[in-house]
Ligand binder design. Sequence first.
Ligand code: APR
Length: 322
Amino acid sequence: KPADLESFQNHLRYSDRVLALCGAGLSAASGLPTFRGAGGLWRSYDAVSLATPEAFARDPGLVWQFYSYRRHMALQAQPNPAHYALAALARRKKGFLTLSQNVDGLSQRAGHPASRLHLLHGSLFDIKCTAFYCNYTESNNFTDPIAPALAIPKGGPSPASLGTATSGAGATESLQHAMHGAGSKPQGGKELDISDDRVEMPEIDAKDLPHCPRCGDGLLRPGVVWFGERLPEKIINEVDNFIEEPKKIDLILVIGTSAQVYPAAGYIDKARAKGARVAVVNMDRADTGRGGLEKGDWFFEGDAGVLVPELLKSEIGDISNT
Ligand code: APR
């Protein structure tokens, strides 16, 4: 065993309170694109025109098509061994919490106990009402809310039926067509401004978009945190309560994140301030987050899908048969 794996596993063994801060790199092995690396979503799509409240106010149909596409991709993906390994650790280690920036639902589908999983940026499968006076939300919504508006058979893709559903594929194809011109896939690495005249959007009239079943007039929106929005108060409080407890934090595992988006990335500094050692798992040696590595940190370079089960094996045993 390499020395650093040995020292890491010893530390993990004697750690009472452990955090994992996860990003898109955790789901890369499941085939989902990250945001900022090559092929990343924000290199193919213009985040400002798709992932902000202003974008939704300006063109809710466009934003819904982007999220319908991401929901479909997430439902077609499968959790990878790293998702299963974190779920196994959460079941075994009382003082362990996963803070995930991912909205893809893969940690949940890997059986991660919900009480130990905090979704800092919400979930693609949560839906909520935009009327300020209405607090309607729904979770685990797997039927594509804009399938009717995209004039494809109602019901949309569900986790089980995805392999066969034409409607899901239809939605994705029509979106890809809309976003990138006929038949092409997102151009990884090329900035694509959505207002590019090559891209004709199937206009969806707001009246055809899903409206709130409770208040009747608010448009429904994806239950994810957009740029410029605050993280869910409840989540912030729960995480801060865990961190502020008088006991120290022994370890924070930073998995597959560029650690550039705050307040999520700030949990690394908060954990350090509570005495935590830091272990970074990242494909890119240069990407150790804005704070960078400090003396005594571990850096494990490679695919989280392979490394995380390896790192946690001393605690959870061999889960490769999952
Ligand atoms: N294994 C481990 N790390 C990986 C892998 C992999 N297979 N593939 C990519 N990475 C690393 C990249 O090197 C990068 O450091 O994962 C990180 C992904 O960074 P981003 O694309 O910036 O994604 P993330 O950090 O999750 O973004 C944070 O920004 O856009 C918002 O809300 C969005 O939650 C997202 C937040």
